[in-house]
Structure formats: structure tokens, C-alpha cells
Design a protein around this ligand. Structure first.
Ligand code: NAP
Length: 297
């Protein structure tokens, strides 16, 4: 099969489309014929070697954790899914023709593989950080960096829970944030005042890692009311950094439910072929994705 792989850490040029042995589903796993793979910033962070100290991997390595496709192999112990089922979920080396998933759910209705591949990680992250920050219905949540993958999920889940959201994004994404039910303003000089004019802030999420933790503490009045997923310096302010958790199966079921009820839709800004994975990484790393980027297999 074809798969995207890299044999050394580095820039997008280290990615290669190679012939590889097909993976097989172990106990409690399924294998899918991949139709689409979600592109996440963590994919190029791993490729650059950013996590080698904390979570070392061996080279050569595959790329990608999110995917959607058709079940074509079932591991021992799986009884409620069958060959041919349309699923989306999380596994490893998903930029490939076949991939093994460790957590998955059925794709609701007629949703395309391309769109479905965009949901797993961002919905898991959004559910996790909304719960961790402890914001309640009727309260106001400030989201810094609200127009990307995680932000798009946070805004819609918060709306569904009756939480008011103030989101910051670039000038070209203001209408996009409003279309997801948020009050919107731009980041950059004067943003704290602009947020104050939109309302009182009970809790805040930093999704962009743009060095605003101090301001988020100032706006909420309490570091315990702030969570970041992108700023490793946050603990200096008494603010929690939220890392990957193990709640993927429950998150996928909740994503499927929200999608089936028409409460969640994240647009795919651009799709790429497996051979164009490097372009997908360059575009993702530029840091201004609206919604999601996806590799279509
Ligand atoms: N710790 C975890 O569990 C976890 C999980 C998932 C992701 N992450 C990390 O969280 C970050 C966001 O992930 P993502 O998938 O949502 O990324 P993404 O889809 O690439 O979105 C990035 C967003 O950041 C916004 N942005 C850029 N510069 C900004 C600034 N100065 N101020 C405010 N917003 C700014 C962009 O908005 P405009 O286009 O409008 O400028 C864009 O929408 C990444 O660094 C990723 O590695 C961490």
C-alpha cells in the first residue's frame, strides 16, 4: 500500500510517499481502507521532532492520527462493527491507504468521509477543555484563536450547552465566528478592550498559543478559569496546560450524536492528495486554517 512516511526529523521535505506493508488490526482494533485523513498541527510538530523528549518515536515513522473510511478488517473481541461499516476515528499512520484505528464510531447519515475525517481530535480536545475549564450554561467563555479546528468545535459545543462565547480571530474570520453563534472580535493591539466591550468573561481558553495568558487571567480574574492547549509557559501564571487525554471513544460518540442532530459542522478549508501531504503541513503550519484541512486518499 501507499503511505506517507519520514525517515528523519525536519521540514515538510522529509515527507515521502512510500510503498509499505499493510498494517493489521490487533485485539480490540479495526483496520479501515482510509478514504480521508485529518491534518492536525500535532502531525507536523511530531515530524519536526518537537515531542522527541517527552514522547520519543522511532524512525521511519508514519504520519497522522485522524481518519475516516470503510472497515475492512476486524480485530479479536470486536463484535458490534462489521466489514463495510463507514467509520471515523483515531489511530496511527493515517496518511495511508490502510490504517489501524484504536477508537472509532459510525459516521452518521450521508456525511462525507472527507468531512468526517476532520472531527476526531478536535472534538475530543474541545469537549475535554470545556469540561476542564468548568464553564456552565449562562456563563461567558472567551476563546482566543477561535476560527481553527479546535475553535470551530468549541464554539458549536458551547452554543449547544447554552454557553455564550466571545471569540477572537483574524479580520477575515469575523463573520465565520458569528455564523457559529459567537460574539467576535479581532486579536492584535487593543483586543483586551474590544473583548471587555463585548461583555464580562467567566472563563477563557487559549487555543492559539499567541502569548496572551496574562491577559486571559486579567479578563477572567482567576488563573483557575483559564486553560491553554498551546502555551507551555502558562503554568508560570498558574494556568493549566491541557494535554492529550484518553477520552476518545466517548468523544467520538458525542461527535456522532452532535453531527446526527445537525449541531456540528466544521468546513474543510482545503483537501490534499497523499502525494501533497507536505503542502498540507506547510499550510497548517502557517496557522490560519479556517475549519479543517484533510488528506483525501
Ligand atoms: N494540547 C492539546 O491537547 C491540543 C490538541 C489539539 C491542538 N492543540 C494545539 O492547539 C493549537 C490549535 O489547534 P487547531 O487544530 O485549532 O489549529 P488550526 O486549525 O491551525 O487553527 C489555528 C488558529 O489560530 C488562529 N490564530 C493565529 N494567530 C493567532 C493569534 N495571534 N491570536 C489568536 N488566534 C490566532 C487562527 O485564526 P485566524 O486564521 O483567524 O488568524 C487559526 O484559526 C495548535 O497549536 C495545536 O498544536 C493542542
Amino acid at each position: 500500500m501507499k503511505k506517507v512516511s519520514f525517515a528523519e526529523f525536519g521540514g515538510p521535505e522529509v515527507l515521502r510517499l512510500v510503498d509499505a506493508e499493510e498494517p493489521h488490526a490487533g485485539p480490540g482494533q479495526i483496520r479501515i481502507a482510509v478514504r480521508a485523513a485529518g491534518v492536525n498541527p500535532v502531525d507536523w510538530r511530531i515530524r519536526e521532532g518537537q515531542f522527541q523528549q517527552a514522547h520519543p518515536i522511532e524512525l521511519p515513522a508514519g504520519v497522522g492520527q485522524d481518519a475516516a473510511g470503510v472497515v475492512d478488517e476486524i480485530g479479536e473481541g470486536i463484535t458490534d462493527f462489521a466489514i463495510g461499516d463507514r467509520v471515523f476515528g483515531e489511530g496511527s499512520s493515517t496518511y495511508a491507504e490502510f490504517a489501524v484505528l484504536t477508537a472509532w464510531a459510525r459516521i452518521p447519515g450521508e456525511l462525507s468521509f472527507e468531512e468526517a475525517a476532520g472531527y476526531p481530535s478536535v472534538v475530543e480536545t474541545a469537549l475535554r477543555i470545556i469540561d476542564q475549564v468548568g464553564v456552565r450554561p449562562g456563563q461567558t467563555l472567551l476563546v482566543s484563536g477561535a476560527s481553527g479546528g479546535v475553535g470551530s468545535a468549541v464554539l458549536q459545543i458551547a452554543r449547544e450547552r447554552g454557553i455564550t462565547v466571545i471569540g477572537t480571530a483574524g479580520a477575515s474570520n469575523q463573520d465565520y465566528l458569528r455564523s457559529l453563534g459567537a460574539l467576535a472580535t479581532t486579536y492584535g493591539e487593543g483586543w483586551v478592550e474590544r473583548v471587555r466591550r463585548l461583555g464580562r468573561v467567566d472563563a477563557a481558553l487559549d487555543l492559539a498559543g499567541s502569548g496572551v495568558i496574562g491577559e486571559l487571567v486579567e479578563l477572567t480574574g482567576d488563573p483557575r478559569q483559564v486553560i491553554t492547549i498551546a502555551d507551555l509557559g502558562a503554568p508560570e501564571f498558574g494556568v493549566r496546560f491541557s494535554g492529550v487525554a484518553g477520552s476518545m471513544p466517548a468523544a467520538l460518540d458525542e461527535a456522532a450524536d452532535l453531527l446526527a442532530r445537525g449541531k456540528l459542522h466544521i468546513p474543510v478549508e482545503k483537501s490534499y492528495s497523499l502525494a501533497d501531504a507536505a503542502a498540507a503541513h506547510i499550510d497548517s503550519r502557517a496557522g490560519h486554517t479556517r475549519g479543517r484541512r484533510v488528506i483525501v486518499v
